[in-house]
Design a binder for this molecule. Sequence first.
Ligand code: DHB
Length: 304
Amino acid sequence: MRFHFSLNGISFNSPLLVASGTFGFGDEVTDLIDINQLGGLVTKSITLHPREGNPPPRIAETPAGMLNSIGLANPGVDSFIGEILPRLKALKTPVFVNIAGSTLQEYVEVLDKLENTGAAVAGYEINISCPNVKQGGMAFGIDPHTTERLTGSLRKQTDKCLIMKLSPNVTHIEEIAAAAEAGGADALSAINTVVGMSIDVENRTPRLHTVTGGLSGAAIKPIALAQVYKISQAVGIPLIGLGGISNHKDVIEFILAGADLVQIGTINFKQPAAAVRIRGELEVWCERNNIANLHDLKGEMITP
Ligand code: DHB
């Protein structure tokens, strides 16, 4: 399509990646969508040890979005390397492995194991922003010093594309962004979910077992846009915007606000082929508006 952008030698001809946790490991939807039409795939979070995740209920619908508290359920890095990675290698689409941890050492060990496989992946997205697990990485994402230290440690371990995924649940996201840049990140993704909750008033119980969880979907799009805009004013490294994107205009908003690429998340649960549909919509829009490369609109919002 009319989009060209490279990051760490990876060339993207679509701005649309699928967000962590919304597309599994890419193998649940192969009948529904040609994964090679995606700009990229970010896996669910991988941790050092297998995790069952939180008890149910782990998902709740809200008027304009979804609450979830999965608790980083995943098979663990060894099983990921043994059973899942070989299948991912067959994809032409760039694959980014999302990593979560509760200590710096855990992140380091997971990355070390992945690097030692000679992992045929494009890079890593580091989740420093899970709101649902005590020690789920959020401690890193709310403090600039720990963000910089973690980023710096991981930077030393890999030459692959290193993306830090930022939490919106902070006062000054641009300070965390600047810390990740100082630590050597190649790019940033923003935003992860916003802490939210919902109560069933008939039986007075919370709709999630963990009471609070991460809110995603249309409800958070204006929050995400504002945060992407703030980050883009504060750093020079590439930026991947996400939060409530469901159509081509949402994508263009993020690019105008300063994003280089975007991720499609919650809409994938309703429409697994959303990224392919939106790619088609963008192509039509670019043709109509005589845009040769959609990336040229990065940061081109006209401010009053
Ligand atoms: C989970 C992790 C996240 O990073 C997030 O934003 C929401 C939920 C989880 O696994 O619970």
